[in-house]
Write a protein that binds this ligand. Sequence first.
Ligand SMILES: NC(=O)c1ccc[n+]([C@@H]2O[C@H](COP(=O)([O-])OP(=O)(O)OC[C@H]3O[C@@H](n4cnc5c(N)ncnc54)[C@H](O)[C@@H]3O)[C@@H](O)[C@H]2O)c1
Length: 442
Amino acid sequence: MVPPDMKLCVIGTGYVGLVSGACFAETGNDVVCADIDESKIERLRGGEIPIFEPGLDEMVARNVADKRLAFSSDVGRAIAEAEVVFVAVGTPPRSDGAADLQAVDRVAETVAANVSRETVLVMKSTVPVGTNARVRRIVSEAAFPIHVVSNPEFLKEGNALDDFMRPDRIVVGCDHDDAFARDVMARLYHPVTLSSERFIFMDPASAELTKYVANTMLAMRISFMNEVAGLCEKVGADVHLVRKGVGSDDRIGAKFLHAGPGYGGSCFPKDVVALVHTGREHGVELELASATDRVNHRHKGTLARKLKQVHFEGDLRGKRVAIWGLAFKPRTDDVRESPALQLIDVLLGEGAEVRAHDPEAMASVRALYGERVTLCDDAYDAADGADALVLVTEWRQYQNPDFARLKSLLRRPLLVDGRNVWSGYGLRKQGFVYDGIGVRGS
Ligand SMILES: NC(=O)c1ccc[n+]([C@@H]2O[C@H](COP(=O)([O-])OP(=O)(O)OC[C@H]3O[C@@H](n4cnc5c(N)ncnc54)[C@H](O)[C@@H]3O)[C@@H](O)[C@H]2O)c1
């Protein structure tokens, strides 16, 4: 196998594009990350990483210094100089639930207008089935042959570099007889697939669908366990134990069975709904996927409901609530669709005061809420004088706090544990009112 040393352009320098660009540079390619957001490109050129992703700053700095990685807002030029163009632009939900493909279309038009050689165009954005064919139509008039490949991305924010460098699998959707594209993809991913054969080649439509089905399957497990947690609370069972009992079955597996405050992030919520929409467009009602989304919407109100109905006698006015964790999960600054935002909206809407802390996501929350939420640099400050402390995101630093200190700070010793991380700590014996999601607590 020839070691890779290709000229790449990655269009869209967000969570996926920046990580992919940095990792492809790390594995020896010459990469330009391009974006229409000029301020983002300026920040990157100045050595600033616009997102928080563990290890990314070092990897970017190293590859910029070694001249394998550069940033540009001249997307056309970056395309013209590349042999392989990756598309990692956003595909946000439209109001009807379908994926908005405007950015993808625009990039495809820019690619068609700027290629200067035979080029492989790789769709890394999550796009509905049929998009590969749609992009092929857009680029069909280009001056050089363009091979359109679907290569959905499965990285997880917070663990993105490791996921990229040690992937479970690499799904590549391209024409069976397109040896050129297959060879380019095999060479590019060779360094991260040395230890085992992780390639799954398939047709583009199957590759596109694989991404949505994977995310919907994971979301479905979460929604189901959240429903089970509600049942556990009624019958006196403990979802923690049920999870252990169920997850130890090899056929089921232990992952994605944790009850919590509902799933968020920029992927699961939109991808589940987009899959339902694709089904409807083709006359197929995907009822489990629809229910997954409905359950999640309802469940995301759980923390606020518990506070209001179980603990504050139906009235949140004047209550001071501390929130630990604002990002939709630990090790990221991403607050898109985070359950914490829904909780904040209800609390503010019903007249409560919110004090919050997050190790990485406070700037994003400040941009959304301004002074309406008091953001505290120290997690314990957030709890000062609060009527409740709600754990929404299980950052490691929240997992074993100084409970005695918390007890002295809280006006009322109420802990609402949205991630069930404190359920076994004997907090009731320490004088707290403890409430988790479907767990008995101790
Ligand atoms: N974030 C994740 O964990 C994750 C994981 C797997 C797949 N995905 C998918 O990858 C895609 C990108 O997600 P993200 O979270 O990185 O998005 P993001 O919002 O962080 O970044 C998208 C970037 O694209 C840029 N952009 C938009 N239109 C452009 C254009 N016409 N030309 C050049 N740049 C343009 C934006 O300025 C932005 O910087 C989405 O389809 C998403 O569903 C995301």
